[in-house]
Design a protein around this ligand. Sequence first.
Ligand SMILES: Nc1ncnc2c1ncn2[C@@H]1O[C@H](COP(=O)(O)OP(=O)(O)OP(=O)(O)O)[C@@H](O)[C@H]1O
Ligand SMILES: [Mg+2]
Length: 335
Amino acid sequence: MGRSGAFGGSVVLWALLAAHVAMAFEPVSVGIAIGAVSLTGYLSYSDWYCRFTECCREDRPLNASALKLDLEEKLFGQHLATEVILKALTGFRNNKNPKKPLTLSLHGWAGTGKNFVSQIVAENLYPKGLKSNFVHLFVSTLHFPHEQKTKLYQDQLQKWIRGNVSACASSVFIFDEMDKLHPGIIDAIKPFLDYYEQVDGISYRKAIFIFLSNAGGDLITKTTLDFWRAGRKREEIQLKDLEPVLSVGVFNNKHSGLWHSGLIDKNLIDYFIPFLPLEYRHVKMCVRAEMRARGAAVDEDIVTRVADEMTFFPKDEKIFSDKGCKTVQSRLDFH
Ligand SMILES: Nc1ncnc2c1ncn2[C@@H]1O[C@H](COP(=O)(O)OP(=O)(O)OP(=O)(O)O)[C@@H](O)[C@H]1O
Ligand SMILES: [Mg+2]
């Protein structure tokens, strides 16, 4: 007991001494770092400061090749989304003087990668991704559940957007389940999306708004199925094959929430981004990716078993996964 007490005491003493030594050296190393910075001029004060704390850095250009690599390696079966997102983001971030904020509207079937892509985009803009102080995710059913509270939500949301954009002009706002969002709430964000130079002294032109919805997912699926039935490759599908379908089915459809919002009428959405339904081979790719992410070796038997457990449609051909890659993670837990 006595020995262990003495031993414990010496550990504490050693730790205290070590702390003193560290404190004694710390200012020196910091001084050296600052000296090196000012001598070389390679790192500005803000570069140096931003190594230790998260910074907004609205003028930092986007690393387009890193984003391209991320999308190509991680996002499966979405050649259109990859192409449009890359083009939209690099164009926007390289433009020193955008005339309006960037607004992207992501559409598609369940589990096809809309939230996943938002995460990749967020991480490429801010290293902390969705956890960044400059990235804000709203989920309609979670954050705006009660229709009778629409007025309150409108006020809160406008204050939130205003406050955050005045703190960081290149803030990112992601609205999930956009098709379930009350039109009144969409109305509340509309002024921020427009071509105004400033609204109450604040410019929103460097902000990014991303809207996610299932609206049009069935029509995108139908076109993808038509290509498959005609023996044409999925990668042959072009934006122009989907635009007319979406414009009739979603944007000019008076029953669609998006039509009611007037966002489309006023051309406030810069890019409509379709997500295609995922096939058996894509589900397998998702299983492999998940195994690698868990640090496990890829076992093809398990990959096949997990993919076989998913359900596919239409009834006869069974081509597209009902839930995309959505339940892959939980199914993998059983193997
Ligand atoms: N195209 C894809 N490529 C790679 N992984 C994907 C893809 N689609 C989905 N996944 C995987 O499945 C998970 C669920 O997908 P995600 O949440 O992005 O779907 P979603 O399109 O938002 O669906 P929902 O409309 O139902 O919300 C992702 O976290 C990702 O791991
Ligand atoms: Mg989603």
